[in-house]
Design a protein around this ligand. Structure first.
Ligand code: KIV
Ligand code: ZN
Length: 398
């Protein structure tokens, strides 16, 4: 039974950690490092890996080529401007991949056309369709190669022109049209309406997959991506840990876990991501790129499954679902953590003592709790070693 009959809608996950996230200041990767991350992205089961921008440097060309030749599973994509030599380099880097994709882009907003390419809308449109047609011609003869086109800065592009560009590039052979929210300008309802408008106003829209690529300048990249899915986008471009230019890109782990955790809301939508690999790849990318994950980051931050206040800890001990909507083991993480602090109550202390092998009655717990609070007031978190010291004093005083 296919997805349509089954009323299921697959959302394709296009990972651009090796291209857009690699543009994060200080995050540049060597060839072996890129290859290593690409192999882990394949284990995560992303649908497409955007491996790099081959024309940008010989090193990047080589890295994309190695990924295309050595990484099995996902489609391998290379980025190019709408320039013949870029597209040729992109193709040469990926042509040996069993599944290959050329991704070509040009700015279509008045700001980008006026200040970057310095082209009229007519010229920009011609450059876009010529580039797609050229890329398509290179793919001829390959068993499974696609062309993706992006009208960069779509969020600030004049709507009628955006529809025209999407229609013309699909007609020229693009099988995926990606709508980049390049500067994170739009807010969710607005971006959702933009995607809805494309679906409703572009006559040949069903000949291509509509994709979205959101940046996080206003902290809205994930929200914009999710509303776009609700409005008909079927590919989300994203990065591990949300890394990327400036405030970053849509975080892969957040989009995937939102669709998965709220399956009651996102009825029928699914991704093929192997969720158990989320925590391991987050750590690996953070280490390799040298960029720490903020502790309160959703899904993969160190505190994402840590509980500190007494009421929350008591709830978690009684039932995990009281204060956790995801089982950390689902994303390949260890158990939830109860952080012992002055905000912790007796129940959390008793629970941890029991895990350390100390069973205490109510009177003992009162005494130990008093000593625990004295230690806790001096520290941010009470460690197991502190509890061991408290307990050995307590045992000696009996
Ligand atoms: O943000 C952007 O517009 C891009 C394009 C190259 C898709 O990264
Ligand atoms: Zn981008």
């Amino acid at each position: 039974m296919d997805d349509f009959q089954n009323n299921q809608q697959k959302v394709y996950i296009f990972d651009t950690t090796l291209r857009d996230a690699e543009q994060t200041p200080g995050a540049a990767l060597g060839i072996e490092e890129k290859l290593e991350i690409a192999k882990h992205l394949a284990k995560l089961n992303v649908d497409i890996i955007e491996a790099g921008f081959p024309i940008s440097s010989p090193g990047d060309f080589e890295a994309v080529k190695r990924v295309a030749n050595e990484v099995e599973g996902p489609e391998i994509c290379a980025l190019s401007r709408v320039v013949e030599k870029d597209i040729t380099a992109a193709w040469k880097a990926i042509e040996d991949a069993p599944r290959a994709r050329i991704h070509t882009f040009v700015g279509t907003s008045p700001i980008h056309m006026g200040r970057i390419t310095r082209t009229t809308p007519e010229d920009t449109l011609r450059m876009a369709t010529d580039a797609v047609a050229y890329a398509k011609s290179l793919c001829e003869g390959h068993p499974d190669a696609n062309v993706e086109f992006s009208p960069m800065d779509a969020g600030r592009t004049e709507l009628a022109f955006l529809y025209e560009v999407v229609e013309a590039t699909i007609a020229a052979g693009a099988t995926v049209v990606n709508i980049p929210e390049t500067v994170g300008w739009t807010v969710p309802t607005e971006f959702g309406n933009l995607i809805k408008g494309i679906i409703e106003n572009v006559p040949n829209v069903n000949d291509a997959i509509i994709s979205v690529h959101c940046h996080n300048d206003l902290g809205l990249a994930v929200a914009n991506s999710l509303i776009a899915v609700e409005q008909g986008a079927r590919q989300v471009e994203c990065t591990i840990n949300g890394l990327g230019e400036r405030a970053g890109n849509t975080a892969l782990e957040e989009v995937v876990m939102a669709i998965r955790t709220r399956r009651d809301y996102f009825k029928g939508y699914y991704t093929d991501i192997n969720a158990k690999e989320i925590a391991p790849i987050s750590r690996r990318v953070s280490r390799t790129m040298g960029i720490a994950v903020q502790p309160n980051k959703a899904i993969v931050g160190a505190n994402a499954f840590a509980h500190s206040s007494g009421i929350h800890q008591d709830g978690i001990i009684k039932s995990r679902v009281t204060f956790e909507i995801i089982d950390p083991k689902e994303i390949g993480w260890k158990e939830s953590q109860l952080i012992l602090s002055p905000r912790s109550g007796r129940n959390a202390l008793r629970h941890r003592l029991s895990e350390l092998g100390y069973e205490v009655d109510a009177d003992q717990l009162d005494k130990v709790y008093e000593r625990f609070l004295r230690v806790a007031d001096k520290k941010k978190a009470v460690q197991d070693a502190d509890l061991e010291a408290i307990m050995s004093d307590e045992i000696r005083s009996i």
